[in-house]
Design a protein around this ligand. Structure first.
Ligand SMILES: [Zn+2]
Length: 165
C-alpha cells in the first residue's frame, strides 16, 4: 500500500514537515492529499495510489494494477465517493497498462467498438478510437479533453470518434 503522504499524516490529519515540504515543492498536490485521506478512511488503510492527474473536469488516479479494483470498489462505490467529495469525474488507471486498457478505462462506461491506426496528411501516426454510438452520452468528458488525457497517459495521439449510424 503506497500513498503520497506518510501514515503519521494520514492518521493525524495534519502534515508533518516532510509531507509539508512535498506539498510546497509541488511533488504532491492538494488533490493528492485529499484523495489520500479519503482512501485511507474508506479503505481502512489498504488502498494505495501513485499519483493523480487533473485534466478539465476529470481526475485520473494512477495506481498499481492490483489496486485498481480496490479504488473502484464494489459496484463503483469508492470511486463514486471520491468523485462526490472532489466534485469531479474520476477514472482509475493501472500503472503499466497497455494502450487498449488505458483507452477502455478512460472512456468507461462508454464502450469502445474498435481501435485502429490512421495516418494524418503529414504521415503522422494516430490511434483512432471508435465509441459505440449508443454510448456517446456516457463519455466522461468532451472528446478534446479525452484526447488530451490519452496523450498524457500514453504519449500517443488519438482521435476519438463516435460510430456512425
Ligand atoms: Zn507526513
Amino acid at each position: 500500500m503506497v500513498l503520497p503522504i506518510c501514515d503519521v499524516c494520514l492518521k493525524s490529519g495534519m502534515l508533518c514537515q516532510g509531507c509539508e515540504n512535498k506539498l510546497k515543492s509541488g511533488e504532491i498536490t492538494q488533490l493528492d492529499l485529499d484523495i489520500a485521506k479519503l482512501l485511507y478512511k474508506l479503505g481502512e488503510g489498504t488502498i494505495g495510489f501513485k499519483k493523480t492527474i487533473e485534466i478539465g473536469d476529470v481526475v485520473i488516479i494512477v495506481t498499481e494494477k492490483d489496486q485498481v479494483g480496490k479504488i473502484i470498489g464494489k459496484s463503483g462505490k469508492i470511486v463514486r465517493a471520491i468523485s462526490k467529495k472532489i466534485g469531479k469525474k474520476v477514472r482509475v488507471i493501472g500503472e503499466g497498462s497497455d494502450f487498449k486498457e488505458v483507452a477502455k478505462d478512460i472512456l468507461a462506461p462508454a464502450r469502445i467498438s474498435g481501435i485502429n491506426i490512421v495516418y494524418g496528411t503529414d504521415g503522422e501516426e494516430k490511434y483512432k478510437i471508435r465509441v459505440m454510438r449508443e454510448d456517446s452520452r456516457r463519455l466522461p468528458a468532451r472528446l478534446d479533453v479525452l484526447n488530451d488525457i490519452m496523450k498524457q497517459l500514453t504519449h500517443e495521439k488519438t482521435v476519438i470518434v463516435i460510430d456512425d449510424l
